[in-house]
Structures are given as C-alpha cells and as structure tokens.
Design a protein around this ligand. Sequence first.
Ligand code: PLP
Length: 409
Amino acid sequence: MRDLTTLSRGFAPSANVAQLKESATIAVSTRAKALRAAGRPIIDLGAGEPDFDTPEFIRRAAQRAIDAGATRYTATEGILPLREAIAAEANGQYRGAGPITAGDVVVSVGSKQSLFNACFVLFGPGDEVLVPTPSWTSYYEMVALARAEAVAVRGDPARELKVTAELLAAAATERTRGVMLNSPCNPTGAVYDAAELGAILELAAERDWWVISDEIYRRITYGTPAPSALQLAADRERLVVVNGVAKAFAMTGWRVGWAIAPRAVAQAMTAFQSHTTSNTAAVSQHAALAALTQSEEAERAVAAMVARFHARRDAALRTLASVPSLGYVRPDGAFYLYLDVSAVPSDDGDAGSAFARHLLEAHDVAVVPGSAFLTPGWVRLSYAAPDDDVARGVERVAAAYAELAGGRK
Ligand code: PLP
C-alpha cells in the first residue's frame, strides 16, 4: 500500500497526512475498473457497494425536490425534516432518559464524514482509541488523522473475530478515550448480539470512554436483527451512533450519512463541518428523507435487496463447503465474506495479499487483502455484486485456494 511520501515528487506532505495510506478497498476497486477498461473480464468482488439501482420511489422524490428548488445550500447540519425523521427513528430504539431531537443529529457527506467528524472532535494527541480488529480500514486512518492512536484489539477467533469486553479491558490504558464499534462488521459480516454489545457498552460507561457505533449495515442481516447501541445503552452521554442510507438503500453515490450525538458534540461536529464541506447535497438529503419516511416502500425495497444478498451468501457458502480446509467467518450481516487464507504460501508472510494477487492475475477476480484490515492472513470478498459474478467469483476463489493451499490448514 502506498503512503503519501512515495507519491511525492518535489512535494513533501505535511505532518497531517505523512503517514496516511490510500483506502485499500477503494484501491482494489480502482484497479479492477482499470483492468476491465483495458479489456480484462474482471469479476470485482472487492467493492463494498450494492449493485442495485437506488429504489425508484427515492429517485422520484429527488427529481421532485430538484424541481421544487432543492438546489441551494442547506443548514450545515442538514434539513430539519430529515433530522427529525432520523431522531424519530432513533427514539423508537432508545430506552434511556430524554428524547433524541433534531438538534442531536448532524447529517454529513456519507457516514464516512460523520465518523471522521466524530473522531476529530472527540479525540486528539495523547489519546488512545480501541479499534476491534479486523475493522474497516478507515477507522485506523481517521483516528490517526485526529492525531490520536488507534489501538488494534484482535477479535477472538472462537467468536467470529469479535472482541469482548474482556479483550477491550485488557488492551486499555489510562490514555484510552474511546472505542469504535461496527456491527454488522466490515470485513467479517459478524453481528454482535445484545449480550456482547451490552457488555461492551457497560465497560465503556464504567471507564468513561466515548463509544462510536457505526451501524451502517444494521438493516442488512440474515437471521436475528443486529441490536443498535441505542437499544442497549443506559444513557447517551458518551455515545455517538453513526448511520446512513448508502448500503441498505443502494444509495452510495448520494452521500448521505449522519451522527446522533449528545448535543454539545453535535454542535462541535456542525461547527467543524461548517469549515470543511458545509452541508451534503440538498437533493441527496431529500432523497434520504424519502428513504426514511416512505416507510412501506422503503421496507419493501430493503427487504428485496436483503433477500438477494441472503441468497448470494448462501450460494457462496455452499461453494466454499467444497473446500473444507478453507476457513471463514460465518457472516450473519453486511455483504462480506472473510476468508482465512493463511495457509497460502507467500514470500513476505502476507498470505492474504499473495492470494489476492494470484486471484487477480490468474483468475480475474478482485478481492481485498486482509492486510487492509490489519489481519494479513485473510481476504475479504464482497457479495454486493451481480448474482452471476458472485457465483463464478466464489467458484474461482475456492479453486484457487485448493490449487495454492491444497489440504493445508
Ligand atoms: N462504515 C463502514 C463500516 C463501511 O464499510 C463504509 C463503506 O464502505 C462506510 C462506513 C461509509 O459509508 P458511506 O457511504 O455512508 O460514507
């Protein structure tokens, strides 16, 4: 992975970004697209992006909004009806004292910006932030951009690589200020149940840690629903819940996410955002409003997409069963499969990268090496791709693994 210093030619990046790495997941997709453009029949199982079109009722709402003049700046924190809809949904989940109101909600340019805003206003030099690992690649970089230290806490292999309250407690120091949570998890698809999540929230409350709970995949599950931190937290004093429309509503390009935070934190995030991006696109906010308020159509659309992901997941697992030596985390949510390819030989000890390279070069399949998630013996594949691509791609993954690792485990 390139860091910015290797890009420089007569340019010395500032200390702010000197250690920054490009997003590995985006890099894989960019490479897959470039190879495709050059004529290679690449199957892209790298991108974490639903292959469906945004549901029609949402597109129509956006068209109406443009015609009605949603073409100007909005309030930095987002249009009021959208923030009210987000607050209303959150109130349906939250059991603690005091209602969540629109003033606790900040709408941003995707949940990615909400997460960055939260890291930037909550953490700073000298702070440590616990990051369950493997985790989405951007958490480590966001914490580092806030000049805090991301402390990777390895998940338990016996529990789908999830962390426990005990593992977090063991990694904590007196400098620990917060923890990043993500359930369903990217890259594993693992879902924290109420007991697991509740125990972590309890520990965080005891220790006065900030909890940033990234719930972007919460609507995409294949068994029991994923609990929200809002349902389990005793209070919201140190809780920031982040969500958005990108994944569940196939709205990645619209760029709408949000944070629900204590009022003072919401105000700080708004002030910060007022100097960076201001509001996210007005028309996108109206599209998100339709997604959150036209409930019947929304439920139908989400259920139909989740059913497709579910069918792809089951088909992929059936194919993987033909290579019993290939281990994986059983995904109960999101749209990823995390495969243990540590038995694949590699020159530099990074079996995941060796396997991903081989898959791309010899089998035309793009996946993301686990090193992007600080677990080098693994690869992530996404089944948010057309049914046929997932079916053929997973077959090639299974065959390539059998070829490289044989029966090794
Ligand atoms: N959080 C996680 C765990 C993700 O995987 C992603 C996208 O890949 C995001 C946040 C960002 O989503 P958005 O498109 O809302 O910025």
